[in-house]
Write a protein that binds this ligand. Structure first.
Ligand code: OXD
Ligand code: MN
Length: 633
């Protein structure tokens, strides 16, 4: 696909360090052509037109400037088993599991890859050698795009400048939505030699011509896929996948994995958290961050439309990632490093997230959703119960005529919309503030069908860090896991830790020991409790989640009492200042001794097996204290 007939081949505007990097990678990857992106409308138009002409995307006739891309069915989610952090010293990144490392049996994976449930590691030099082979000539017949971009607002001391080289025009169009992409970003470099620029190299891994049976509109190389990170070199190298978090290097790779290491070294926090502003009926505003595992409703919460308590207003700053720094007054301030939403489509409807639904009918790239014969998008849970047997007919994400009797979804469960943040109608006025917004509450959460109450408050910072460390949640479709098993997902960061989880905990704990910080209070929520008899949800969720945020808000203003339980402070429905705005099934606030003793056992096993000697003593103490408190009831 020849996209840029008159490509910008001039490297003169790039910092010397990046010019050298681009030249080196051109030599290695041997693209037919290269183009330095400027992020302009004109460039984007040309790219989208060319992709449409080549069948890489289809235009959605019903909307303005919206497109669908459908993938090779083998490339539909993040691949955690092939995502690796590379350093010299393994223990900097992972701990040795007590049961040892699994033997790598996949012949396409490096034998010396060390895989653990908390991330994978390999030696830098060994990995670079393997990547050198994979990237040698990998862009033949394709254009290499040089994408200058920035994570975080312009003029922010907290933003990071980066460049991604990619042979995927889909990646360019998506990065333009998800990041601040412009050659102007180089004015924001913070070092004189440009060593702070994060370098990213991405290839779909299919040089042309090819005799491999490939999907021409979604080239990828699943057998050879590797998503690698080199924190010591400020570098990301991603091969073989064109999908979301694997290929849009600014998101998970930079903002979380490289980001968390930068954060540890520089004294801040890079977290898998939404950022929201909440104004109460009295007009007082507070900002919160919330961490939930992938596909557990962060986007919906970030855009919540309050139901049940009149007078509340929610405004959105981000739906996935927060970079947080303590300012000179000791307040924790958060920026959203991203510039768009890469949201899970299924389940998004007028009733679950009207704000998201309103913002995606212009300038949006959809991936793996279904399309109706009317030129609209369609997915499971979008509020329309089309069966495909009657008009409108439906083209599934597999590009086949779909009907309900096929017994499979029309849209892939991990299908996505990719939309600029500026189209969100409830964008917070401070969304682009270089200094970020002051955070007063940190909310952790997971998808737990039993045992974990609707909401509880931690006793203090250290206990809150323990609550984050012990998070568990049902698996979702955002990665390659199958079924609904309850997985440990500490801080919702399990797939995104850039360094050893034990040191990550120590880093979080360290803030509790510093003087002069106004530490936010820490909460845990669970919208997903089910009635064991009917299996129905016990909590209405969505807009009514404001009733829980209201309780948290009033806790922060000393207007809500709480009942002390072994796991933390829960709303006291025996008083008038518990959860307001409607009925609360008592089962939502129960704390069962038996359930939580089992939970302690599971945590203990998980920590012993996966963190062992790297587990901070304070976390062990918190676990022991929880057990003791439980045994006393
Ligand atoms: C995401 C994820 O895409 O967490 O945000 O998987
Ligand atoms: Mn996410």
């Amino acid at each position: 696909m020849e996209v840029f007939a008159n490509a910008n081949n001039c490297l003169d505007g790039l910092p010397a360090k990046i010019r050298d990097y681009v030249e080196e990678k051109i030599k290695l990857c041997q693209p037919a052509n290269f183009h330095v992106c400027d992020g302009s409308d004109q460039e984007n138009r040309q790219l989208l037109d060319a992709m449409e002409a080549a069948g890489v995307v289809r235009r959605l006739t019903k909307y303005k400037n919206c497109y669908i891309a459908t993938t090779d069915p083998r490339d539909v989610a993040r691949v955690e088993s092939r995502t690796v952090i590379c350093t010299k010293n393994m223990n900097d990144i992972i701990s040795t599991p007590t049961s040892g490392f699994p033997v790598v049996t996949d012949p396409n994976l490096p034998k010396n890859l060390k895989q653990t449930p908390l991330g994978n590691w390999m030696d830098t030099d060994e990995m670079l050698e393997i990547l050198e082979e994979r990237f040698n000539g990998c862009m033949r017949g394709r254009t290499m795009y040089v994408i200058p971009y920035m994570m975080g607002p312009y003029s922010s001391p907290y933003s990071k400048v980066a460049v991604e080289l990619s042979d995927s025009p889909y990646v360019v169009a998506s990065m333009r939505i998800m990041t601040r992409m412009s050659s102007n970003v180089f004015k924001e470099i913070k070092t004189s030699d440009g060593s702070d620029i994060v370098k990213c190299l991405h290839s779909v891994g299919v040089p042309l011509p090819t005799d491999k049976p490939i999907c021409p509109t979604w080239p990828c190389n699943p057998e050879q896929t590797l998503i690698t990170h080199f924190p010591d070199r400020n570098e990301i190298i991603s091969f073989g996948s064109n999908y979301g978090g694997n290929s849009l290097c600014g998101k998970k790779c930079l903002a979380l994995r490289i980001g968390s290491t930068l954060a540890k070294n520089e004294g801040w926090l890079a977290e898998h958290m939404l950022i929201m502003g909440v104004t109460n009926p009295e007009g007082i505003k507070k900002y919160f961050v919330a961490a939930f595992p992938s596909a557990c409703g962060k986007t919906n919460l970030a855009m919540l439309q309050p139901v049940g308590i009149p007078g509340y207003k929610v405004e959105c700053i981000g739906d996935d990632i927060a970079w947080m720094h303590f300012d000179e007054e000791g307040r924790l301030r958060a920026i959203n490093p991203e510039y768009g939403f890469f949201g899970v489509a299924p389940g998004t409807s007028k009733s679950t997230n009207p704000i998201a639904l309103d913002m995606i009918h212009e300038n949006t790239i959809f991936t793996n959703v279904a399309e109706t014969s009317d030129g609209e998008v369609y997915w499971e849970g979008n509020g329309e119960n089309f069966d495909g047997l009657h008009e409108p007919t439906i083209l599934s994400w597999k590009n086949k005529r779909w009907s309900v009797d096929l017994g499979e979804p029309a849209a892939h469960p991990n299908s996505r919309f990719c939309t600029t943040i500026k189209q969100c109608s409830i964008l917070d006025p401070a969304w682009n503030d270089p200094q970020g917004v002051p955070i007063e509450g940190i909310i952790f959460g997971g998808r737990r069908p039993a045992g974990v109450p609707l909401v509880y408050e931690s006793f203090d910072w250290q206990h809150g860090v323990f609550v984050g460390a012990s998070m568990r949640s049902e698996a979702t479709a955002a990665a390659e896991f199958k079924g609904k098993q309850i997985m440990h997902d500490p801080f919702a960061m399990r797939p995104f830790f850039g360094y050893n989880f034990g040191s990550y905990l120590a880093h979080w704990l360290s803030f509790g020991k510093k003087d002069g910080l106004q530490l936010p209070r820490i909460y845990h929520v669970n919208w997903f409790l089910r009635d064991p008899e009917t299996n129905g949800f016990l909590w209405p969720g969505f807009g009514e989640n404001i009733r829980v945020i209201d309780w948290i808000f009033r806790r922060l203003t000393n207007q809500a009492s709480a009942r002390e339980t072994p796991i933390g402070l829960v709303p006291d429905q025996a008083t008038s200042d518990g959860i307001r705005g409607g009925e609360v099934n008592p089962a939502l606030l129960e704390v069962s001794k038996e359930f939580w003793l089992n939970e302690c056992q599971a945590m203990n096993k998980y920590f012993e097996e996966n963190v062992n000697t790297n587990l901070p003593e304070d976390i062990r103490t918190e676990l022991n204290n929880l057990q003791k408190r439980l045994l006393q009831i």
